[in-house]
Ligand binder design. Structure first.
Ligand code: ADP
Ligand code: FBP
Length: 400
């Protein structure tokens, strides 16, 4: 117990009340994956199973299939170290997920936990999943059950607050390079070639920003946090014209949530949501590509060739790279140590470089977005030398 206590103490700077100390033979754990697909999820599943087994001698770990509703609508599957030995080499989740679904019955989920004698619940997923975990935790507490509920945050968008970085994010940025490289090759092979790449990022442009900074082939990065406009001397069309005149080709990276306000009027699905309450977006990549083509066709001053690449699902479907595998392993071990020490109602994550236990009520506060007044966005602007779009439409660009 000394070792366990020390681990928790070292890793905790946001602690949550302990409810019970577990003996290995009494542990009946389960794992459920509920969020959007993200590289590294299988690695976490593997390390929870192996961590519980190797470090604590726990033999009973169940997989809940199909996300939260799987607790009451599916059979469970046993997970042993042998079963999960190779799964980190695969993308996706071996348990299936329920991103975008809503209407889960918390009462039935907790009934299932109680009926099956489960006393440790490991929940992987993004911001929606962590909110769901908090609701389950509250119901478990209301019933006075000795069950640890632990969240492991994963979102390819890196939009989970408090933590430094979501697992799988580095892999997503790495994979995005392949699409950007392809767009660059296509663009530079034709006169006035433009490559447009759409990347994920519903409300936050982290993948687009980091992929742009990593690549150096991107001329313009557009994200939801930084509104842009098309017309006028400081608009996107004029910037494209200048960049093509200077270089003969260019690459534009656009996050899926960018520019939604520009396309909102004409498109009817703007205010639609999926069953989990997430806003359904229009394909801004297709829209922007068509707008650029129409603009240059109408102006007749410059003939362009535009290639549009949408690698979004490829980016999140790949297995995690080495650095993410290490990160996933540390998060999974941290989750296991916390649960075994009797902590509950927390999400594991790295905060200011330290592995921490973050109470659900903290992780579920607010949203994480790119702050365009921060240094990172300023670094991107100086790397691409693109307009900031902060100038009013009619005014000329000024030198900094
Ligand atoms: N506010 C909420 N309260 C309870 N459960 C939620 C809530 N939001 C989402 N969920 C559950 O979490 C699952 C995953 O959420 P979703 O937003 O689709 O993905 P992500 O976890 O990647 O953000 C949903 O299918 C839903 O069952
Ligand atoms: O098309 P789907 O499966 O609904 O998922 C798309 C969404 O999943 C994401 O990749 C990740 O979303 P989460 O942060 O909610 O996990 C978003 O960028 C994207 O809009």
């Amino acid at each position: 117990m000394d070792n366990i206590s020390r681990n928790v103490e070292e890793e905790t700077n946001l602690s949550q009340t302990a409810n019970v100390y577990f003996d290995s033979e009494d542990v009946h754990a389960c794992i459920v994956t509920c969020g959007g697909l993200c590289p590294g999820v299988n690695t976490v599943i593997r390390e929870i199973v192996c961590g519980l087994h190797h470090m604590y001698g726990v033999n009973e770990v169940l997989g809940i299939e199909g996300g939260y509703s799987g607790f009451y609508s599916r059979n469970t599957i046993p997970l042993t170290p042998k079963d999960v030995n190779d799964i980190h080499k695969r993308g996706g989740t071996i348990l299936g997920t329920s991103q975008g679904e809503g209407g889960n019955d918390t009462g039935k989920i907790v009934d299932s936990i109680q009926d099956r004698g489960i006393n440790q619940v490991y929940i992987l997923g993004g911001d929606g999943t962590q909110r769901g975990a908090s609701v389950i935790f509250e119901e478990i507490r209301r019933r006075g059950l000795k069950v640890s509920v632990v969240g492991i945050p994963e979102s390819v968008d890196n939009d989970i607050p408090v933590i430094d970085k979501s697992l799988g994010f580095d892999t997503a940025v790495e994979e995005a390079q392949r699409a950007i490289n392809a767009a660059h090759v296509e663009a530079e092979s034709t006169e006035n070639g433009i490559g447009v790449v759409k990347l994920m990022g519903r409300f936050s442009g982290f993948i687009a920003m980091y992929a742009t900074l990593a690549s150096r082939d991107v001329d313009c990065c557009l994200i939801p946090e930084s509104p842009f406009y098309l017309e006028g001397p400081c608009g996107l069309f004029e910037f494209i014209r200048k960049r093509l005149t200077e270089n003969g080709h260019m690459v534009i990276v656009i996050a899926e949530g960018a520019g939604q306000e520009l396309i909102s009027e004409s498109l009817s699905a703007m205010n639609k949501q999926d069953s989990a309450g997430n806003k359904l977006l229009q394909d801004v990549g297709l829209w922007l590509s068509q707008k650029i083509k129409d603009h240059f066709a109408e102006s007749k001053k410059m003939a362009i060739t535009l290639k549009y690449i949408d690698p979004t699902y490829m980016v999140r479907a790949v297995p995690s790279i080495a650095s993410d595998n290490v990160y996933c392993t540390l998060l999974a071990q941290s989750a296991v140590h916390g649960a075994m020490a009797g902590y509950t109602g927390f999400t594991v994550g790295v905060v200011n470089g330290r592995h921490s236990y973050i109470p659900f009520y903290r992780i579920n506060e607010g949203e994480k977005k790119v702050v365009i007044t921060d240094r990172m966005w300023a670094r991107l602007l100086s790397s691409t030398n693109q307009p900031s779009f902060l100038n009013p439409k009619g005014t000329q660009l000024t030198k900094p």
